[in-house]
Design a protein around this ligand. Structure first.
Ligand code: RH7
Length: 130
């Protein structure tokens, strides 16, 4: 009902704010847009579920996320994919893996600092009721 829509609206505002802050962080430039399949033709043979920060924003606007947990699953794809596709010891791979780990730690720190446990519990209740 209307109270539920108010909660989900607040969730979307929070998730947009987090995603925009990540997009503005220069460390995460490689994660802001989908990997260019023309530049990297084998990417989709290796990575089955591509994800990036611009797609997160689209998902938020399409009301894909009812809980922060669902959002976190997609942010996890971003850094997990980068670790999987860039495993080598060469400096380029090490560099993007370092940034992937920074993305993982940054998202978790923001959620731990800024997400109210009671708010996430209300979102989980709405999810279970649907
Ligand atoms: C999240 O970003 C990535 O996982 N990647 C992997 C690709 C390999 C390398 O870097 C990427 C783009 C690219 N384009 C042209 C030539 N080589 C590259 C970005």
């Amino acid at each position: 009902e209307d109270q539920e829509e108010a909660v989900l609206r607040e969730l979307r505002l929070f998730l947009r704010n987090v995603t925009e802050r990540l997009t503005l962080d220069r460390r995460f430039k490689a994660f802001t847009k989908p990997v260019d399949i023309e530049e990297v033709p084998d990417y989709l043979m290796v990575i089955k579920k591509p994800m990036d920060l611009s797609t997160l924003l689209t998902n938020i606007d399409e009301h894909k996320y009812v809980t922060v947990g669902e959002f976190m699953s997609d942010t996890d794809l971003i850094w997990q994919n980068a670790l999987e596709y860039n495993p080598d010891s060469d400096p380029m791979d090490r560099h993007i893996r370092h940034r992937a780990c920074a993305l993982k730690d940054t998202v978790r720190a923001i959620i731990k600092d800024e997400l109210d446990e009671d708010f996430e519990r209300v979102c989980e209740e709405i999810k279970e009721s649907r």
